[in-house]
Design a binder for this molecule. Structure first.
Ligand code: FES
Ligand code: FES
Length: 209
């Protein structure tokens, strides 16, 4: 018998080296992992869905009413409401999130509508200054601005009114410090802030929001 014949026979049935086995096992695990991860996670890994740049349907709830629009995703909430829905109460002044003239209340919290995309405000309750009065009866905060002569040119006023409403819905009897903090996102270039503080500290009967 030759030396070759003395060599113990290797098992033939596998025909796969250790290296090949590990490679195959790795691929198998990967395939299992992919199956387990599932379509939802793969979709999440693919990133957010891209919409636009053309017009897309956007539905807003403004002052309790449904508003169906077709707008580009880049359109701000302020522009959508002022230019497409003809509600021009809230003003564009700085258009960059510094003055507060465009303040609306979204889901109970003040927001600069010039710096909020309309498409992001879908599914939320949006309140503008137009939604405050009941027919010819002004909201108590609007009435107090008149009674305290708390405006001059009026450009900042709708934003201040909305910020004051949000403040009083959260703190029906605010301390001066709470009032200052609640209104510190708004600027009046005409210098009516002292009168506006009088409003914030005097109005009673605003229901907690
Ligand atoms: S117009 Fe929006 S913060 Fe000035
Ligand atoms: S009343 Fe003119 S900016 Fe405030």
């Amino acid at each position: 018998m030759s030396a070759k014949d003395d060599t113990p026979e290797k098992p033939e049935s596998f025909g796969v080296s250790r290296r090949d086995f590990l490679k195959t096992a790795g691929v198998g695990s990967l395939a299992t992992a992919v199956t387990t991860v599932g379509a939802a996670e793969l979709e999440a890994q693919a990133g957010p869905r891209v919409v636009g740049p053309g017009e897309v349907p956007v539905t807003l709830m403004v002052n309790g009413k449904r508003l169906d629009l077709r707008i580009e995703p880049r359109v701000t909430l302020l522009d959508a409401i002022r230019n497409r829905a003809d509600m021009t109460g809230n003003k564009r002044v700085c258009d960059r999130g510094t003055c507060g003239a465009c303040t609306m209340i979204i889901d109970g919290r003040t927001a600069y509508s010039c710096s909020t995309l309309a498409i992001e405000a879908q599914g939320k309750q949006i309140r503008t200054v137009e939604g405050l009065s009941a027919g010819n009866t002004l909201h108590p905060v609007q009435q107090a601005f008149c009674d305290h002569d708390a405006l001059m040119c009026g450009f900042c006023t709708p934003g201040f009114v909305m910020a004051t409403v949000a403040l009083l819905e959260k703190h029906p009897n605010p301390t001066p410090e709470q009032a200052r903090r609640g209104l510190d996102g708004n600027i009046c270039r005409c210098g009516t802030f002292t009168r506006i503080m009088e409003v914030a500290l005097s109005v009673k009967g605003v229901a907690r929001g």
